[in-house]
Every structure is written in structure tokens, then in C-alpha cells.
Design a protein around this ligand. Structure first.
Ligand code: ANZ
Ligand code: ZN
Length: 571
């Protein structure tokens, strides 16, 4: 470096970063030193991708650490003779821009692009070896038009569907709230008690690929850390079990209450069934009885986040309805319970208090019978009892392990597998049960009732229902001179945006005002970096063949490692 420093750049031999670094960086820019071409080359290629930043305002140390790692690696591979692509872009859509808009009365677009300008300038000061010719922001139509195009392709293939789903609703601001905008069950701006509401939303049918995703994780064995593979497997959460049907008659009609269980061996220990507040049986009971209606309304209040539900105290109410036990023919009471999720299985559980901890807690609280049907080894609870005595705490006596069946009549003495098969053999011919694989993985709900996002390219027509926008009419451009006020989606008040004609029948129709979840943008930016300026294709094939897949991604995990290193050396 010393011979590059001229006399006027140093004063008394002090390093003058403003002068020296600016000169060097200007030279890099003029020489296009870090720009790489998509033309074939003899050199091996290396795609170094960093988690792209959300343009929140200024860079923080996390950015500096993260991008320094990618830069060190990029420079290392260049010296090793690789052609290295290190791109940079902006995850431009999202809620913080709307919140800032409300606070400062600036349109989210102006706020976002101003932030991009200042963060780009900061990144450039760092002297990172980035190919700036590939820069893009996901909030520009040149990028998000391809997202709309992709949505139309998925729609054509039947991989997009519309379904009612539950959201947090602020009744004062008339707006949908994200989970993080619900504080202690109240809206962050209005302070109003948050309600749950069912509204139609678009879903990507990703669960169709659950098995494929799970099976192919095996190929990453030895390449990915085993903890990460375990997390991925748990996220997909394949549960093999049984769907059991409990018959009932209601208003003269025969029906069945379906439950998903991973423990059909405990069927003889069922002492009640519990349904979610949104379940049709709970709704029926609500129509008959005000107290139940009020209880269900209470359950629907508060956050829809699963983590919050798990923490919440278990509460329930007897509906007065009963269903028939498929083996014994006995009547089993139906309860509404807040610990049953409408979004898992069939929104109902067969409760076995003796062998399930949640059911146990609930049964003790509401004085419901507890019937043991799995053999509990001698002395199993002794330690627990002693602990409880010492700490003066409650004991949960649910025995949740698998073991031999007891108190189960003809099934006594069978182990888990034998009981599973025996129950199935008995119930399946009567259509009272079938094997079922249940995934924790949900289809991806991509609709957000937000202004600052990519418009969903759909049209709602009175005559034809939902009709996709024609491909040649893309992009559906988001108006940018809008200042949201936190009350509902401002797009609804822009007739130039909303009013359109139906592509099918030609009658007046309305545009969808929901926008995509911003994770839709960040799910494919890595691919767009290969051909960021292609106006004909979402991803250019030959460019993709040259650069993809990503060779090294520097995001959350590496960031954590760097954090640890820096803290060890006390920075
Ligand atoms: C009876 C039973 C007896 C259960 C027992 C467990 C132990 P995983 O493993 O996560 O798939 N369940 C089913 N649907 C539910 C819902 N919508 N909300 C809350 N809980 C639900 O969990 C499967 C178990 O979770 C099922 O097996 C069911 O309780 C409960 F000794 O059925 B089990
Ligand atoms: Zn129409």
C-alpha cells in the first residue's frame, strides 16, 4: 500500500482514509474491477451471496460484520483464480416503512429509496468488492413484476388457492395487525382489544412437497450441521397417526367428529373430546347458548401466534353436546378448549388425560375423569412426587411414554404397534378410522392486508369471482405517492388502482388490494442476481447455469459465528 500513498495524502505519515480509500475505490469503480460477466469463461465461478439488507435507515454493526465475511471470502477466491460474483440489493418492501410513514408523514417509497441511497453510500465507504452493476431493490416494478408473473404460473398449475384464515383485527383502526403489533392482546396504536377475524387469503400449496422436502434432507447429511437438519425436519413435522371418527347426530343429521391422533393405542382412555373455538361444533353450540358464544369469542380474542397460545392458561367449556365413542359406544362430552388449534389436524382432539399432559391439566381443572390405559412402570412418578413436595409445585401425572395396554378390554397386553394395527383393523371397515400422515408444515399464506408490498395480480369480479390479471397486463404497479395513516389499507381508497375491468367478462371489477408477504420477495432474489436486468425473463437460463446454485451464503448463522469471534477477542 505504501507506494500508493502520495505526499499530499499523508500528513506527518498519518493514514488518511478519506483520501486514500476514496482514490482506491474510485479506481475500482472506473476499472469495473468487481463486475463479472455472464459470458462463459474458463475460470471456475463462485457465487458469494450475503443476506440482503432491509433498508431501515443506516447500516448497523451486524451489516458490517456480515458483509465483511463475504468480502473476505470473495477476495480470497479471486486470488485463487475464481470468477467471483458478489452482488448487493435491497429487501425494499415491509412494515417498518409504513410505520415510519405514519410517524413522519412521508410516503413509504420516498422513505425507502432515501434509506437505500444513504446505506449504499455507507456500504461503498466500506470498500467491499461488490458488483454494483447487479444492484436492485425488490420494491421496484422491474423486480416485482416477475413475482406477479410467477404467481400467475403457480395459479395456472393449481399451486395457488384461496382460503379463509384467521387474522388479528383492530376494531378501532379497522386494520389487520401483524403479531408483533399486538401488545398484551391490544392494538399497538389504538389500544383496542384485538379480535380474531376470518378473511380470504391466497396460499401457496407447499405441503404438496412436504415428503419430497423431507426425503431430500437425507442428501444433505454430512454437508449441513446435524442441528440444522433436525430443525428442518421438525419444521416439516411429519406425524404418522390415525384419524378417528366419533359419530354424532345433530338436528336429525348423522355426522362424525374427526380427530387426528398419534396415540390410537390410548383410545380406550378417552374421557372427553375437545374442539377449537372456530370448529363447526363450537359454532353450532354458540348458536344455541349465549354463554358458549361468549366463551368462544373470548378464545378468539388475543393473538393468533402459536407460541402465545402454548403459554396461555388452559380454559374450556362444556358444550353440552356428546359424540359416540367408536369402540365402546359410550357417550363422550364435547368441550371447547383454547389449547386446541383449528389449524392443525381437524381442529379437534380425543382427550386422554391419563397420558397427555395438556389433557391432564385440563381434566384436573374441570374435574373430568382420568382413565389410565397404558401400563405405568412401578415407581415411575416417585421422583416427580418428591420433587413436587420439595418445591411445593403441582405434579402432572400424565404418563406419556409408550407401553403395554391395560384397562382396554380385548386390547389389553398389546404394545403400541400391535394396538395401532388392532384398532385400525376393528375401525377401518366401519369407516370409523383411517391411517393419516399429518404435517406441521402449513401451506404458505402469502396475502398481507398491507399497502407497502407487491400487489397480488388478481381481480375480483361480481360475475366471475376471482380472475387472474392477464400476463400482458403485468406489472400491476403499486402507486407510490401514498401516505398511510394506519387505518386500513390505503389502496382501497385509490379508485385509479382499485377500479378495473374483468379480463373475462369485460364488466367493471375491482383489483385485489392485498399485497404479498415480503418473504415472497426474499425467497427468490438470489436467483435474480444472476440476470438482474433481464427484461424478458424472471431468471435468464444461461446466466443461472453459470452462477447458480449459491456457493456460499452469509446470513444469520455466519453472523452469529462472527459475533462470537469478535466477542472472544473483545471487540
Ligand atoms: C390423543 C392422544 C393421547 C394424543 C395421548 C397424544 C397423547 P403431533 O405429535 O404434534 O402431531 N392434537 C391433534 N390435533 C390437535 C389440534 N388441532 N390442536 C392441539 N392438539 C392436537 O401431535 C399429535 C397429538 O396432538 C394428537 O395425538 C392429539 O393428541 C393432539 F396419550 O391424541 B393425541
Ligand atoms: Zn367477470
Amino acid at each position: 500500500m505504501s507506494n500508493a500513498v502520495t505526499a499530499d495524502q499523508t500528513e506527518n505519515n498519518y493514514y488518511n482514509p478519506q483520501a486514500i480509500e476514496a482514490a482506491q475505490q474510485t479506481k475500482w469503480a472506473t476499472d469495473k474491477r468487481f463486475e463479472v460477466s455472464n459470458e462463459p469463461s474458463d475460470k471456475p465461478s463462485r457465487y458469494m451471496l450475503s443476506m440482503f439488507p432491509y433498508p431501515s435507515g443506516k447500516l448497523h454493526m451486524g451489516h458490517v460484520r456480515n458483509y465483511t465475511i463475504s468480502d473476505v471470502l470473495s477476495r480470497y477466491y479471486r486470488l485463487k483464480g475464481y470468477e467471483v460474483m458478489q452482488p448487493m440489493g435491497w429487501d425494499g418492501f415491509g412494515l417498518p416503512a409504513e410505520n415510519a410513514a405514519i410517524a413522519n408523514q412521508t410516503p413509504p417509497a420516498a422513505w425507502t429509496f432515501a434509506n437505500i441511497d444513504s446505506m449504499r453510500a455507507q456500504l461503498k465507504l466500506l470498500g467491499l468488492s461488490i458488483d454494483w452493476s447487479r444492484e436492485f431493490a425488490t420494491c421496484s416494478p422491474e423486480y416485482y413484476q416477475w413475482e406477479q408473473w410467477l404467481f400467475l404460473q403457480l395459479y395456472k398449475k393449481g399451486l395457488v388457492y384461496k382460503k379463509l384464515s384467521t387474522v388479528n383485527w383492530d376494531p378501532v383502526d379497522n386494520t389487520v395487525l401483524a403479531n408483533e403489533q399486538v401488545i398484551d392482546g391490544k392494538g399497538w396504536r389504538s389500544g383496542a382489544a384485538v379480535e380474531k377475524r376470518d378473511i380470504p387469503m391466497y396460499y401457496f400449496n407447499i405441503t404438496d412437497y412436504a415428503d419430497e422436502l423431507l426425503d431430500d434432507l437425507d442428501q444433505l447429511e454430512g454437508h449441513w450441521p446435524s442441528e440444522v437438519l433436525t430443525m428442518q425436519r421438525n419444521w416439516i413435522g411429519r406425524s404418522a397417526g390415525m384419524e378417528v371418527h366419533f359419530p354424532y347426530e345433530l338436528a336429525g343429521e348423522e355426522n362424525t367428529l374427526d380427530v387426528f391422533t398419534t396415540r390410537p393405542d390410548t383410545l380406550m382412555g378417552v374421557t372427553y373430546v375437545a374442539v377449537a373455538a372456530e370448529h363447526p361444533l363450537a359454532q353450532y353450540a354458540s348458536e344455541q347458548d349465549d354463554a358458549i358464544a361468549q366463551f368462544c369469542a373470548l378464545c378468539k380474542k388475543g393473538s393468533v401466534a402459536e407460541a402465545d397460545l402454548a403459554k396461555a392458561e388452559k380454559i374450556g367449556m362444556d358444550t353440552g353436546l356428546t359424540v359416540t365413542h367408536p369402540l365402546t359406544g359410550e357417550e363422550v362430552p364435547v368441550w371447547v378448549a383454547n389449547y386446541v388449534l383449528m389449524s392443525y389436524g381437524s381442529g379437534a382432539v380425543m382427550a386422554v388425560p391419563a397420558h397427555d399432559e395438556r389433557d391432564y391439566e385440563f381434566a384436573v381443572k374441570y374435574n373430568l375423569p382420568i382413565k389410565q390405559v397404558i401400563n405405568v412402570p412401578e415407581g415411575y412418578f416417585d421422583e416427580l412426587k418428591a420433587d413436587a413436595k420439595a418445591n411445593d409445585s403441582e405434579v402432572n401425572f400424565a404418563y406419556t411414554e409408550r407401553n403395554t395396554l391395560v384397562n382396554s378390554g380385548e386390547f389389553d397386553g398389546l404394545d403400541f404397534e400391535q394396538a395401532f394395527e388392532a384398532m385400525l383393523a376393528k375401525l377401518e371397515p366401519k369407516e370409523l378410522a383411517k391411517k393419516k400422515i399429518q404435517y406441521r408444515l402449513r401451506d404458505w399464506g402469502v396475502s398481507r392486508q398491507r399497502y407497502w408490498g407487491c400487489p397480488i395480480p388478481m381481480i375480483n369480479c361480481e360475475h366471475c369471482g376471482t380472475v387472474p390479471v392477464e400476463e400482458q397486463d403485468l406489472p400491476v404497479v403499486l402507486p407510490t405517492d401514498v401516505v398511510p395513516d394506519g387505518r386500513g389499507n390505503p389502496l382501497k381508497n385509490i379508485p385509479e388502482f382499485v377500479n378495473t375491468t374483468c379480463p373475462k367478462c369485460g364488466n367493471p371489477a375491482e383489483r385485489e388490494t392485498d399485497t404479498f408477504d415480503t418473504f415472497v420477495e426474499s425467497s427468490w432474489y438470489y436467483a435474480r442476481f444472476a440476470s438482474p436486468n433481464d427484461a424478458q425473463n424472471m431468471v435468464n437460463k444461461s446466466a443461472a447455469n453459470k452462477w447458480l446454485p449459491v456457493d456460499q451464503y452469509v446470513g444469520g448463522v455466519e453472523h452469529a459465528v462472527m459475533h462470537l469471534l469478535l466477542s472472544l477477542i473483545h471487540i
